[in-house]
Design a protein. Structure first.
Ligand code: CO
Length: 330
């Protein structure tokens, strides 16, 4: 083609630079301090007056303290229905028991992916590590209408089973769910087709991760600071440099093909979480998330009638646990 036939920009106006499918940061959430369970201090980014949910994610809590009185009261017996809860530990331990016969302890680097389905009761009791510290995250992932009343299920994955990808530039990525550089995550077969990565970048490092178009994507910065939503072409300055986010912050991304993060002078560590939105109506009440108010009323009635939980555990019959609306709900 002759040069003079090529389309050109009007003089004095540059074409908008191509972001190369990079997702921009649409919202920045500063976590709110809340008291949950029997008196646990934590920082909440989703399920607040500011941000009710980001389909399919219904709640995101960051708990962490080196003061045991902040967390020892724990989360005594409480029910769940209609969702999945994902607990990822950084420090300390959590003892857990439930109505389908699971009991155990999860510690640093472990993940517990619990599908509450049609009904589970469980207890989550934090224990301090050797340095009194306890910390981690809990994410709630919605279930579609067809799976809300399904059989409860656990995927308990120990730290040693979670694959790690170490790149030449010093990036270290723990793949809880999803795929990085051909390495598949430990948690699989989840309806929302989620990705859950724990990414640590050294100062000067960068990270690019494809996320399917149409999927919700968010990042939670918990150590250091980084620039999120950086454009593909770093030759430009300005908004294409992304948004500088110091810990603790959550970035909710707009649509696109890839998420880009750059660490400048400080290292950064963040979770990258993505999943397929359900686009269904949401009716939530404490630990239940259903599609309609009527289904919430049914959940409360089932609790009253003692027909709420799946009864896989014979011991459950002998150690009846109760829960009252308005008490510990996470
Ligand atoms: Co719970």
């Amino acid at each position: 083609m002759d040069d003079e036939l090529k389309p050109t920009s009007p003089p004095g106006r540059a074409d908008p630079p191509d972001r190369g499918g990079s997702r921009v940061v649409e919202r920045v959430i500063t976590p709110q301090a809340v008291m949950e369970g029997a008196g646990v201090r934590l920082m909440r980014s989703i399920a607040t007056p500011t941000l009710d949910y980001v389909d399919p994610f219904l709640l995101f809590d960051h708990f962490g303290s080196d003061e045991p009185t902040d967390y020892l009261a724990g989360f005594p017996w409480h029910p769940h229905r209609g969702i999945e809860t994902v607990t990822y530990m950084l420090a300390g331990e959590v003892d857990h028991r439930d109505s389908i016969g699971n009991a155990g302890r999860i510690g640093p680097g472990d993940v517990q992916w619990m599908t509450a389905g049609g009904g589970i009761m469980h207890e989550e009791m934090p224990q301090p590590g050797p340095d009194r510290r306890m910390g981690g995250f809990q994410l709630w992932v919605n279930l579609p209408a067809e799976l809300k009343m399904s059989r409860p299920r656990y995927q308990d994955v120990g730290a040693a089973q979670i694959p790690e990808v170490r790149r030449d530039d010093g990036a270290l990525i723990r793949v809880v769910a999803g795929e990085v550089d051909g390495v598949r995550g430990a948690v699989r077969e989840i309806y929302a087709d989620p990705e859950y990565l724990d990414v640590a970048l050294p100062a000067g490092g960068s990270f690019v991760q494809p996320v399917p178009r149409g999927h919700t994507a968010l990042a939670y910065v918990f150590v250091g600071e980084g620039r999120f939503g950086v454009a593909g072409d770093l030759g430009y300055r300005g908004e294409l440099d992304g948004v500088l986010l110091p810990a603790p912050r959550m970035a909710v991304f707009g649509d696109g093909d890839v998420v880009r993060v750059v660490a400048d002078t400080s290292p950064v560590r963040f979770l990258l979480v993505s999943g397929k939105p359900l686009g269904e109506p949401i009716a939530r009440y404490g630990p239940f998330v259903m599609n309609t108010r009527e289904e919430i009323r049914l959940a409360l009635r089932d609790l009253q009638d003692d027909t709420f939980v799946w009864r896989d555990d014979p011991a459950w019959e002998r150690s009846r646990r109760t829960w009252s609306p308005g008490t510990a709900s996470r």
